[in-house]
Design a protein around this ligand. Structure first.
Ligand SMILES: [Fe+2]
Ligand SMILES: [Fe+2]
Length: 313
């Protein structure tokens, strides 16, 4: 079996539609300016349209045009909002494919580094077992909100960013950045489940979150172990994790900002081995990017242009 596979080689059956990973980085790299956001989105309009064709996200494109990427990505999920059900379905599908990628990431860590210590291999094996259970849990939660696997496009962005060929960077990317993002998403999903009175969702995600904290802790401990005698290497690994975390902040959608749709799960991360300094740094680096007001205005402009094009065409 091949070692160090590319994200494009992840195998999926025919139900799944692969989305271009470029779409996940648009907001991470754009400044807080309406025109800049509109331009960045327009530039990728054909990619966005192609990525949703034939999926349940197609009506969103019909309605908003390429601006669909901005539909409330940067605001807290509110059960009373008319878009909440769609937002939850998109989020749970994103988590489901994220769990598949986490399973593949952990399994690859086991396979790609055969000379790593036995305890490392045991930790990765334990994680595979957990992730396989999470895939099944979220498969059931998809059913709970009436979504089929593959109904929305899948981006393999998480796998692409998190997987490095260096063992310390691998666990920094997969276990600290990706699994850390999972903690943030799950803590917020629990909040949403409580607000909407969905006890099934709350309990299921609470169980999964407990495992994710352990996975982040594996990352925190193994980065320390792998880089123990080499501070310069330790710094490079930390820089890699910071860059992955910048991309996983999606232009402030995951941040400590008031308008963030995914707040940083501070307490969970402390428990998982993030230091207060690392958290302060994460808050700082994730807060950059367009504000929800900028995104709202940009969405308005994009919708008008989309409407004008439809009438003209
Ligand atoms: Fe998981
Ligand atoms: Fe995990």
């Amino acid at each position: 079996m091949k070692r160090f596979i590319d994200h494009s080689e992840l195998a999926r059956d025919r139900r799944f539609v692969r989305q271009n990973n470029v779409l996940s980085t648009i907001l991470a790299d754009v400044e807080d300016n309406v025109e800049a956001v509109v331009e960045a989105i327009e530039e990728h309009a054909p990619l966005i349209e192609n990525s949703v064709r034939g999926t349940a996200a197609e009506p969103l494109f019909e309605r908003h045009g390429p601006g669909m990427l901005l539909v409330r990505p940067n605001e807290p999920m509110d059960p009373a909002h008319p878009a909440a059900a769609t937002q939850l379905r998109l989020r749970l599908h994103g988590v489901f494919v994220g769990e598949l990628q986490a399973l593949e990431g952990a399994a690859r860590s086991l396979w790609d580094f055969p000379d790593a210590p036995w305890e490392f291999q045991m930790n990765m094996a334990r994680q595979c077992w957990d992730e396989a259970r999470h895939v099944q849990t979220f498969e059931k939660l998809l059913d709970h909100v009436d979504v089929e696997p593959g109904m929305f496009p899948e981006s393999t962005f998480l796998f692409e960013c998190a997987c490095s060929e260096d063992p310390a960077m691998r666990v920094a990317g997969v276990n600290r950045a990706l699994e850390g993002l999972a903690c943030d998403v799950f803590r917020d999903t629990i909040r949403y489940a409580e607000a909407s009175g969905d006890e099934t969702l709350r309990q299921a995600v609470d169980f999964v979150l407990a495992d994710e904290i352990t996975h982040v802790r594996f990352g925190s401990e193994w980065v320390r172990e792998f880089t123990r005698d080499d501070p310069e290497y330790g710094q490079r690994v930390q820089d890699f994790r910071r860059e992955v975390d910048r991309q996983f902040s999606f232009g402030g959608a995951r941040s400590a900002r008031k308008d963030a749709s995914i707040p940083i799960a501070r307490e969970d991360r402390l428990e998982a081995g993030f230091s207060p300094e690392e958290l302060a740094d994460l808050e700082e680096l994730s807060a950059r990017g367009p504000s929800s007001e900028t995104l709202r205005e940009a969405l308005g402009v994009l919708r008008e242009r989309h409407e004008a094009r439809r009438q003209a065409g």
